[in-house]
Ligand binder design. Structure first.
Ligand code: GDP
Length: 529
């Protein structure tokens, strides 16, 4: 393919994820986004995505039973002149590590807020993560068909709690039963809402201009008057949209609507396709790689087992950073120093696995992984690069894992190391004893691991309580001091799945004391792959 065509393909990509607190409406929005992207015919099909006729492995059953989404999937669809890659993230807090790493693979985020509730915990946490890379954020205030909090107050809360400026792009007219639609500040028009049309793309009636008497007619004198008053205030008190500040992650455009009523989701998509960045450069240890470079490169941010139970392999999700993938191409697996031929990568059209013939910078492809790919691995067309910034997070929950059948120690270790490589869990082997300690960010991870050990490794394991409450990876520039630390503190030290030295502390107090006693040792809450 010639260069200008290649550049065009890259430039039209928009890769983003939705961040929100559980129940704010992420699944509903995803569904409407797919509806607008013509990726599904009628809404109501996303939640049932997993419930097809195939038998599911145990942990997928678990996911279904508990009604949570464990898996991260990727959906690609065209919108306006763009090609959108929407990366779904598990909403449940127990799988936050996956969510965090998925955020390293996107170029922008849609933040969804329940307008009746405002900024919630998990949104706060996720925003912290997006701040590490100054990811541009678009905001959607959802559930306007319910009684919401004062919109001005909501913007204030976002600004002060999340430390990002707000620029309202639309402004709501009423809420709950009186929700009439939104006024679009940039287009100077009112878009009128009709309830009960959530499953389709509705014909929206538009009233031009704020002083148009048709507006009073459509929403009533009271609400029209209130809108004009509020807008005067809004225009005086809030920020105007500024593309540069948006791209720097300092300002977020804000939209109002209802995902359930499918109203406003298209405004968000219009905003995203217009403003959100095309595939962004990514740092490696040596240099920055830009998307427009024609040589292929990419990194693995997630490994997922058994998405399709008919395939017993794992899928490694790779974000393409530069160049283009074409079927059968050769890539260098940099960590192994090996060249591999990839003939069967998959793309993710609206949740279905499909064979990819071509994919470009900004896209996500899935590689079949038979145990040779780890999170953080870089693939290139020859150059020895290593992408940086794909983090591991120190677990907050710990259990000792024990076999029912002691003869299977080898399989257990193999299973745990593989599961830790794909990020399902973290494993620690204390220096001073033969325990195996499993660490997780969320408690559900423990159940998933035992279920998968049984179904994939034929190992029957159980958990016991262990006196560990927090962990830090430790480093030291001074070899002598590190050595001394290692000797004296060996009863609290362990190696993780990648043989990195880790301090496992019974209490926070213990950790703090140890940190004070060993000022030359660095204790880190995150570790890069
Ligand atoms: P998630 O946990 O963020 O994926 O949230 P869901 O999309 O599953 O939504 C949580 C609940 O809120 C569901 O019962 C939805 O039907 C409901 N919901 C989502 N959007 C809206 C909305 O715009 N209005 C109302 N009234 N309910 C909504």
């Amino acid at each position: 393919m010639s260069s200008p065509q290649f550049q065009q393909e890259v430039a039209k990509r928009r890769t983003f994820a939705i961040i929100s607190h559980p129940d704010a409406g992420k699944t509903t929005i995803t569904e409407k986004v797919l509806l607008h992207g013509r990726a599904i015919q009628t809404a109501g099909t996303v939640k049932g995505r997993g419930s097809n006729q195939h038998a599911k492995s145990d942990w997928m059953e678990m996911e279904k039973e508990r009604g949570i989404s464990v898996t991260t999937s990727v959906m690609q669809f065209p919108y306006n002149d763009c090609l959108i890659n929407l990366l779904d993230t598990p909403g449940h807090e127990d799988f936050s590590e996956d969510t965090y790493r998925t955020l390293t693979a996107v170029d922008s985020c849609l933040m969804v807020i329940d307008a009746a509730k405002g900024v919630e915990d998990r949104t706060r946490k996720l925003m912290e993560v997006t701040r590490l890379r100054d990811t541009p954020i678009v905001t959607f205030m959802n559930k306007l068909d319910r009684d919401i909090r004062d919109p001005m107050e909501l913007l204030d809360e976002v600004e002060t709690e999340l430390n990002i400026m707000c620029a309202p792009i639309t402004w709501p007219i009423g809420s709950g039963k009186l929700f009439k639609g939104v006024y679009h500040l940039q287009r100077d028009e009112t878009l009128l809402y009709k309830s009960g049309q959530g499953h389709t793309i509705q014909e929206v009636r538009v009233v031009k201009g704020l002083d148009n008497p048709a507006l009073d007619e459509a929403v009533g004198d009271d609400l029209a008057g209130q809108l004009r008053e509020e807008l005067e205030l809004v225009m005086g008190a809030s920020n105007e949209f500024d593309n540069e500040l948006f791209l720097a992650g300092e300002l977020t455009p804000v939209f109002f609507g209802t995902a359930l009523g499918n109203f406003g989701v298209d405004h968000v998509l219009d905003g995203l396709s217009t403003w959100a960045p095309a595939p962004m450069p990514r740092a490696t240890h040596d240099r920055e790689v830009t998307a427009s470079e024609e040589k292929f490169s990419g990194f693995v941010f997630k490994i997922q087992a058994n998405m399709d139970p008919r395939h017993r392999d794992r899928i490694a999700f790779m974000r393409i950073v530069s160049g283009k993938y074409s079927q059968g191409m050769k890539m260098k697996h940099v960590r192994l120093g090996k060249t591999v031929s990839i003939s069967d990568a998959v793309t993710f059209m609206a949740g279905d696995r499909e064979r990819a013939e071509e994919a470009f910078a900004g896209d996500i492809i899935g590689l079949h992984n038979h145990g040779t790919i780890q999170i953080g691995d870089t693939f290139t067309q020859g150059e020895d690069l290593k992408f940086s910034g794909i983090p591991n997070f120190a677990p907050e929950l710990f259990r000792r894992i024990r076999l029912r059948d002691p003869l299977k120690q080898k399989q257990l270790l193999k299973g745990l190391v593989q599961l830790s490589e794909e990020g399902a869990v973290q494993v620690f082997r204390p220096l001073d004893n033969n325990d195996l300690i499993v660490g997780a960010v969320g408690v559900l991870q423990f159940d998933v691991v035992v279920a998968r050990l049984k179904s994939e490794y034929n190992v029957d394991a159980l958990y016991e309580a262990v006196n560990v409450s927090t962990a830090r990876w430790v480093y030291g520039d001074n070899a002598k001091k590190l050595d001394e630390f290692q000797r004296k503190m060996s009863q609290n030290l362990a190696l993780d799945g990648g043989d990195n030295l880790t301090y496992i502390a019974p209490t926070m107090v213990n950790l703090n004391l140890t940190q004070e006693r060993y000022p030359d040792i660095q204790f880190s809450k995150t570790r890069e792959h």
